[in-house]
Ligand binder design. Structure first.
Ligand SMILES: [Fe+2]
Ligand SMILES: [Fe+2]
Length: 191
């Protein structure tokens, strides 16, 4: 699918808030790609599509996952919104024709992180958090600065913040977020 067509589709599929956020993530991902020598076009595309499944109604999210053998765990059944990342990978591939594995993986992992995060995984994870229209996330100004100096540290600290936030709110943690956290802890030990 051509870039213009992707944009037109996203404009239709996403609500205004999500569409503006999406443009912000694509833009920020491009900037980070420039800073860290990643393919700018791919980073832009991953940013553009990271939330492509976000505005699918929740019951529809569950149905689509079930029909296409995308595993749903207990926590995801309780909060179907969590499914938008792995369903996003599916939609990006099937509807938008994305075949680049790195882009698809970055979409799948964008809310939780994971072990062995690639440069693009980190770019999208961080861009999602610091894009210009975000205003409620913790330590935003700090991360916006740090992201262009130390991407690993920024990713790790945002994961840690997310874990602490969920603990404070008494929310159950997603397994992949903990896997990501442990991955960065180990990486620090090796350093
Ligand atoms: Fe998302
Ligand atoms: Fe997002």
């Amino acid at each position: 699918m051509k870039r213009k067509e992707i944009l037109e589709n996203l404009h239709k599929e996403l609500d205004d808030y999500r569409f503006i956020h999406t443009l912000g993530v694509a833009y920020t991902a491009s900037m980070l790609a420039m800073a860290y020598n990643y393919n700018i076009d791919d980073a832009y595309l991953a940013g553009l599509l990271h939330d492509c499944a976000k505005c699918i109604p929740n019951d529809e999210k569950i149905r689509l996952c079930e029909e296409n053998n995308i595993k749903i765990d207990k926590l995801e059944y309780e909060n179907p919104s969590l499914l938008h990342a792995k369903l996003g990978e599916y939609v990006a591939n099937k509807k938008y024709g994305i075949e680049n594995k790195e882009i698809l993986r970055a979409i799948r992992l964008h809310t939780t992180g994971y072990s062995d995060m690639t440069l693009l995984d980190k770019i999208i994870y961080v861009a999602d958090y610091i894009e210009p229209k975000r205003d409620k996330a913790r330590n935003l100004e700090y991360y916006r600065d740090l992201a262009f100096k130390d991407l690993d540290k920024t990713t790790f600290m945002i994961i840690e913040d997310t874990i602490n936030y969920n603990k404070e709110k008494g929310k159950e943690l997603i397994k992949d977020t903990l896997i990501a956290y442990e991955y960065f802890i180990k990486m620090e030990e090796v350093k």
